[in-house]
Design a protein around this ligand. Sequence first.
Ligand code: ZN
Ligand code: ZN
Length: 336
Amino acid sequence: MSRAIRRHWWITLFLGLGFLAPAAGAESVSWEDVSYAEADISMELEQAAEDVYYVIGRNGVPDADNQGFMSNAGFVVTEQGVVVYDALGTPSLGWKLLEKIRGVTKKPVTHVVIGHYHADHIYGLQAFQDHTDATILAHETAERYVSGPGAEARLKQRREALFPWVDEDTRIVGPDETFGDRKVLDMGDKRVELVHVGPAHAPDDTLMIVHGPNVVFSGDILFDGRIPFVGDNVDSENWLAGVERVAELEPEPRMIIPGHGPADKDAAAAVEFMRGYISKLRERMGEAVENLVPFEEAYAETDWSEYEGLPAFDATHRRNAYNVYLEMQDQMGGGF
Ligand SMILES: [Zn+2]
Ligand SMILES: [Zn+2]
């Protein structure tokens, strides 16, 4: 090979790599910097508005296929730093999200807001605690989750379901600071407002409103395109109220990013779906409790066909109905 040809070859290789680098870089995450197991599941960063980004998790229960990536999260870049909403379901996913943020801006992450303490939204906090100076913010009732017995039991279950992404080194990271009904982060060019709407899906449900770009992160107050998870500490009446608060936001948000499911520009559809689903559970289970109809019978007699084809129906719907049945029983002073 002559020197000229060799040089030409090098230039071609150089240009070729240069051309490829941005595309490869967009997906590249440096796992050698951390002890978390590599999560090779693809995570597409989407843009809701200028400076506002989000990622959408998969449907389903936590398993090796989704690697625990079942919930949504996002962030807003402001003059004074980056505010993140939710941290995803494993330290590996938290790290992956942090690397995505670093791909967009060199500004530091100043805050991580947790929309509610449930395992699928918080295990990624470990990466933010280990690798940023961000303040972790949550509603004051989040402390109950952190110090309660359920959190450890859930972690144990996830160490099995999501190994190696959740392992012996995975820990529950509590908030650094808590707030009451409302908190405003004045971030220079943008105002970020946190509004507590729980207890609903969880005691600490919090919306994050990004004023200016006018984007709302609703957390698990809204699920879109799948059956929601209704836990055993649900307040379904207040959940409906929370859905209405989202519906009545003024000005109407440019985009609402739900806790699960795609971010639909037509947020009205997600609101309508949640309203319908929670109302139906409350009506049917309420009637049954009032008439002393056992759960099994009430469940079997109800026509659920409008929800049957949706993701997560088999995994969650029956338990959802049961949890609302128990809730109604409690409220009506039943249970004997
Ligand atoms: Zn949840
Ligand atoms: Zn969730």
